[in-house]
Ligand binder design. Structure first.
Ligand SMILES: Nc1ncnc2c1ncn2[C@@H]1O[C@H](COP(=O)(O)OP(=O)(O)OP(=O)(O)O)[C@@H](O)[C@H]1O
Length: 252
């Protein structure tokens, strides 16, 4: 009998609080290997707070977050740092160090966390830049890139250590439709060509339908998750507030 692999991320009875204020409670879900998993919901429902819990930045008020079966919040900072090296993160601002070239930005995590030679680091950085469609940008300053290019460079940097799991916070925020669509294509490329599992927060409904295998809906009024399924299934058969949320963008 074959045993099922442990889900990459397991969230169990998780409660999110800021001080006394409960943002969300009773969150129970798994992120499966190789899927694009989108976290969605109305503004202020707790998407960013959940993301912070998933990447080891905010210990839960209750419940657990497991990465590959390992509890993120058990043990010392050293252990947490080692667990965090297993995934990549691109924050909303997608900030790169402005004092370094794009290539140096990509090489920095390798310099800090690997034993690769400088030549190998350079080769890896160039490979990652090509992957996100930024060949030839290695020696540029980040300021010379457009907004969409900067986001893609930030994604390339989050891939520096070849993570199996990538967290993206609002990757297409502030981008025009063409660049937003390019970013969606990149997310699908990472999933389909590299087998990367992607957990993504987004407000963009078009993007949800373009990339999400499953969507987790955090309900602001119920203060818990009220849906987890494929976007089209939720559009057709989800709870009323989730259908309304998805229709708003989808019928534009
Ligand atoms: N550091 C904090 N201290 C206290 N309350 C906070 C803090 N950060 C967020 N909150 C509150 O927690 C709730 C959830 O915020 P969060 O930013 O996670 O929501 P969100 O769904 O990501 O919102 P948005 O879609 O607008 O980015 C909100 O009511 C917010 O005001």
């Amino acid at each position: 009998m074959r045993s099922t692999p442990t889900p990459l991320v397991q969230v169990q009875a998780l409660a999110l609080r800021h001080g006394e204020f409960t943002v969300q409670r009773d969150l129970d879900f798994d992120v499966r290997r190789g899927e694009v998993f989108v976290i969605a919901g109305a503004s202020g429902c707790g998407k960013s707070t959940l993301l912070r819990h998933l990447i080891g930045l905010q210990p839960p008020a209750a419940g657990r977050v497991l990465l590959d079966g390992d509890d993120l919040y058990v043990g010392d900072d050293h252990r947490l740092a080692a667990l965090r090296r297993r995934f990549g993160v691109m924050f909303q601002a997608g900030a790169l160090w402005s004092s370094m070239t794009v290539g140096e930005n990509l090489m920095l995590p390798m310099r800090l966390h690997t034993t690769l030679s400088p030549a190998a680091q350079r080769q890896q950085a160039q490979f990652k830049l090509a992957l996100v469609g930024l060949d030839g940008c290695f020696d540029l300053e980040p300021a010379a890139l457009s907004g969409g290019m900067r986001k893609r460079a930030a994604i390339a940097r989050s891939l520096a250590l070849d993570p199996a799991l990538l967290f993206l916070d609002e990757p297409s925020a502030g981008l025009d439709p063409v660049n937003a669509a390019r970013l969606d294509e990149l997310v699908l490329k990472l999933r389909d060509h590299l087998g990367t599992t992607v957990v993504m927060v987004t407000h963009e409904i078009d993007s949800v339908f373009a990339v999400a295998d499953r969507l987790l809906y955090l309900d602001e009024q119920e203060k818990t998750m009220t849906a987890l399924d494929a976007p089209q299934t939720l559009l057709d058969h989800g709870p009323p507030r989730v259908r309304e949320f998805l229709q708003r963008g989808h019928l534009r």
